[in-house]
Ligand binder design. Sequence first.
Ligand code: DQA
Length: 146
Amino acid sequence: MSEEKNKKKILVVNGPNLNLLGLREPGIYGSATLDEGMKALEERFPQVDFAFFQSNIEGELVDVIQQYGFTADGIVLNAGAYTHTSVAIHDAIKAIRTPVVEVHLSNIYSRETFRHTSLITSACIGIIGGFGMDSYRLAVEALLNR
Ligand code: DQA
């Protein structure tokens, strides 16, 4: 993330298997790659200083949340499958000061029952899901409107 003045700083974090967007179950997650989706955000919000991070490793997601969690203006987090399992990510969100919006490409509540539980929602300021890549745009809008 650069040091540009007057720009809101937003970190977008993507968890496990989201690096395979475009290839991965396109009927559920769409045909856009993660890179395409993140570039679209940069184009849509030139007034935002974005940082992007993706990892398949839970601890790396905790690390980046801690790293940006006291300086960024907002975090958009798609924790992937860790949404449903990770007390560590829940605790990291609780530990920081930066507001976090939980996002999902799919509507987790219309899918398998094991996806109906999110361990991170209660630590986030809100949750947006079901709108494909547009979920990320809506999350950024929500952070900018605060
Ligand atoms: C997801 C939903 C999760 O249940 C799943 O494990 C993912 C992607 C979504 O964006 O819809 O990896 O977070």
